[in-house]
Design a protein around this ligand. Structure first.
Ligand code: 5GP
Ligand code: MN
Length: 328
């Protein structure tokens, strides 16, 4: 796929990503935005995203993000990045359906591709990595490099998760040549938490419960507690990783309340469980080691339903292991 060829002749181009945009979503949307502004100065380019966390305000183009999306005129080309079209913010969805051409760039294994043009590469660490591969190198500058770098570090846990490939590291190396302050970027957008965010993290850890012989862990934040600490969903990013990092845990579940009897669920695992399958069963998706979905019901209903699917995968793994042990 050649982005500029796909946009040839277009005078109005829009870009969007998924609801509750994370670092990869914001980084890749703003990287593509910067690139198109540079290469197609005569075209009108817009980015539609739900308001991202303030930590991303350092990325060029952040102030141009439109979170209202009151436009009604159809676009010539409409990009959806890091997401299936069904997961984009509601008002942008209506405009998306009217676009003359839709393009989907993503790395989620659960994305089966329904747009006019799509590039879904599950092996890619991040959508930002795909944007890097799709733009011409001469167009890179420090701002564009930084936007791509943010996307990559957020989806790889700063080059830690198994989705990090040698190619990801090469790209990282190429990007930091531009001289932006990457240690500070990593600290301020990935590791640092406000005091209240840290207190909530503490609370989540304190109230977590292990199940399945201590191999899984779950913790849940209800609306009352979120209101007490004055935190929103953007303040909860990364909490699930702390649950997953606990020794002996193969699958971590973090839930927070989004409505009456409604929860957003984040799943993390190691090679024991493919959580993208678990999430997909409940209408969500993601990657093998990191996935999510929305669920309805009481906290206990949700956990019971999830654990049936997690248990099934765990048991089939354990039985394979036992067979192996017997044969030895
Ligand atoms: P997180 O748990 O950080 O929200 O998401 C983990 C991964 O799963 C991310 O790649 C995210 O895009 C994906 N994901 C989370 N929730 C959903 C969902 O409801 N639907 C789909 N398709 N993917 C999701
Ligand atoms: Mn991503």
């Amino acid at each position: 796929m050649n982005i500029l060829q796909e946009c040839q002749g277009a005078s109005r181009v829009a870009i969007t990503g998924h609801v509750r945009p994370d670092g990869d979503c914001v980084g890749s949307c703003l990287a593509l935005y910067q690139y198109l502004r540079k290469k197609m100065p005569q075209a009108q380019v817009r980015v539609y995203l739900e308001k991202p966390a303030e930590i991303f305000a350092c990325v060029k183009g952040f102030d141009d993000i439109d979170s209202q999306c009151e436009d009604t005129d159809p676009y010539d080309v409409f990009f959806v990045l890091d997401s299936v079209p069904e997961r984009m913010m509601e008002p942008a969805g209506k405009l998306f359906d009217k676009a003359r051409k839709t393009i989907n760039i993503d790395h989620h294994i659960s994305n089966t591709g329904t747009c006019d043009v799509f590039r879904v590469v599950p092996e890619a660490s991040s959508t930002a990595e795909l944007i890097y591969e799709l733009i011409d190198r001469e167009s890179l500058d420090a701002d564009l490099a930084m936007a791509i770098y943010i996307g990559i570090i957020h989806d790889t846990g700063v080059f830690q998760y198994s989705n990090t490939s040698p190619r990801t590291m090469e790209i990282g190396a190429d990007l930091i040549r531009w001289g932006f302050d990457f240690p500070r970027l990593i600290l301020e957008t990935f590791y640092q938490r406000t005091y209240l965010q840290s207190q909530v993290l503490g609370r989540v850890l304190l109230e977590s419960v292990r199940f399945m012989d201590g191999k899984c862990i779950v913790s849940c934040l209800d609306r009352k507690i979120m209101d007490f600490y004055e935190v929103e969903h953007a303040d909860l990013d990364g909490i699930v990783n702390h649950l997953r990092n606990i020794k002996g845990i193969h699958c971590a579940v973090f839930m927070y309340q989004t409505g009456v009897l409604e929860y957003k669920v984040s799943l993390r695992s190691d090679e024991w469980v493919d959580v993208s399958k678990v999430a997909a069963f409940f209408g969500g998706g993601g990657h093998m080691r990191a996935a999510g979905c929305n669920m309805k019901g009481t906290f206990h209903d949700c956990v019971n339903n999830l654990s049936l699917h997690i248990k099934e995968q765990m048991e089939s793994r354990l039985s394979v292991q036992e067979d192996g042990d017997r044969q030895e």
